[in-house]
Design a protein. Structure first.
Length: 432
């Protein structure tokens, strides 16, 4: 079977508005490249119109990768690397797949070469820049939503949170029927009923059916006492409260009493971080196997909605590479900032020495000696900055369980796992 060229085109509405990267423009540039280097090859076009590059979950991207795995494609051509992906981890995954299936990858504008280590490193740097651009856009969007919150408007789209209605101007007012249900559940919880019992009681009394985990989240949210939390900031009196403060504090005290002991939590490295792609937060479960008098505990994260689980050791192996790349990105940015400060200071000193020599304030020998000394300081400073103290694979797996728990929770805020594909779909990192 003669293999073909895959031309990949992608545009989101925002891309087209900001940069003019329309599908037509991309196709013209890619065709010029193909006519020059592959004039006799058959071309298949894959278009994702209106899709973001934050991940690889796109219909035409999926079709193209499937065709590649079937051996139909020998070269993938895109206008720019960021048409394929803006995520560092996805970039390296894509490169690995392309190389595994003996394909080439071309980005017309970026002039990529993935056949060498230096070329792959350059691709990674371009991807870092693309991911930075995406995060800047995200930060601007968040800033606009934060302004809405300061104005007393609910920033989340769709329905109002349970217990309130949303007015035409975006503000929240109490829904008396729903507020009654929340207070009834709170009273039952304080009395000592389990969340599973409360779920059955609420359905019997009001016809309201939700899982016990959903009910817990509904009860302990600060919105019930009028406090809205948005991106790490609490806004008091944002909405009219549907529960008095004394009752809420009593509820929290009861919830804390029922919580799993903190030491047991730490045996689960990703405690409260792992979510199923269906949206459910995963629970802790474990199995104990006995062999020749030795008991071994296997820890899992379980989705009650999908009735599936994933092994903790498997997650650690899947997540570590991404964790390493994120730490590398953070420390590289810090290193570059420090490097720029040092270079700027040394260049200023060099300029001062040069001006002093030009104005005959110092003689040539003094000028030459001083400039050599400054250059030596510059080289020493750059050498010191060249080493990064990053947690390596071996170092991570030599940590104690408490150290692993602290390291992971310092870096990660959320993990989404897909059981169908058996992969970590995304990892959300805390702001640094």
């Amino acid at each position: 079977m003669k293999r073909i060229i895959a031309m990949y085109l992608r545009v989101s509405t925002l891309d087209q508005a900001r940069n003019g990267y329309g599908l037509g423009d991309q196709e013209v540039q890619c065709k010029k490249y193909i006519d020059l280097y592959y004039p006799n090859d058959e071309v298949e076009i894959y278009k994702d119109d209106g899709y973001s590059a934050k991940n690889l979950e796109r219909p035409e991207m999926a079709r193209m990768l499937d065709d590649m795995k079937k051996g139909k494609i020998h070269t993938i051509i895109a206008f720019k690397l960021d048409r394929l992906t803006r995520n560092v981890v996805d970039t390296y995954k894509l490169i690995k797949q392309v190389m595994d299936y003996n394909c080439s990858l071309v980005a017309v504008v970026d002039r990529l070469d993935i056949t060498s280590a230096n070329g792959r490193m350059f691709v990674g740097l371009l991807s870092l820049i693309s991911q930075w651009e995406r995060e800047v856009i995200s930060e601007r969007t968040i800033a606009g939503l934060e302004q809405m919150v300061r104005s007393g408007k609910y920033p989340c789209g769709g329905k109002a949170p349970y217990g309130w209605n949303k007015t035409e101007d975006g503000k929240l007012v109490i829904n008396e029927d729903e507020a009654e249900i929340i207070n009834y559940m709170t009273d039952c919880y304080i009395e000592g009923y389990s969340l599973k019992d409360i779920s059955k009681m609420v359905f019997a009394k009001y016809g309201y059916r939700k899982s016990w985990r959903h009910l817990k989240e509904l009860l302990i949210r600060k919105l019930n006492i009028g406090v809205f939390e948005f991106h790490g900031v609490s806004y008091d009196d944002f909405v009219p409260p549907i529960m008095n403060l004394n009752k809420y504090n009593e509820l929290l005290k009861m919830a804390a009493h029922r919580e799993v002991h903190s030491l047991e939590k730490q045996t689960y490295t990703f405690h409260h971080l792992v979510y199923c792609s269906c949206g459910e937060m995963m629970q802790h479960v474990c199995t104990i196997k006995h062999n020749s008098g030795v008991s071994t505990i296997y820890r899992y994260y379980y989705c009650s909605k999908c009735d599936k689980r994933v092994n903790q050791s498997f997650l650690e192996k899947e997540i570590f590479e991404t964790l390493f790349l994120e730490e590398f990105r953070i420390k590289t940015i810090e290193k570059h900032k420090k490097q720029e400060q040092i270079l700027s200071s040394l260049e200023s000193k060099k300029e001062e020495v040069f001006n002093a020599y030009k104005e005959n304030v110092v003689d040539f020998d003094t000028y030459k000696f001083t400039m050599a000394k400054l250059e030596k300081e510059r080289n020493v400073a750059l050498k010191e900055l060249s080493s990064l103290d990053i947690v390596s694979n071996s170092k991570y797996f030599e940590m104690t369980q408490e150290e692993k728990y602290a390291y992971v929770h310092d870096m990660i805020s959320k993990i989404i796992f897909d059981f169908d594909e058996q992969i970590v779909l995304s990892i959300q990192f805390k702001r640094k």
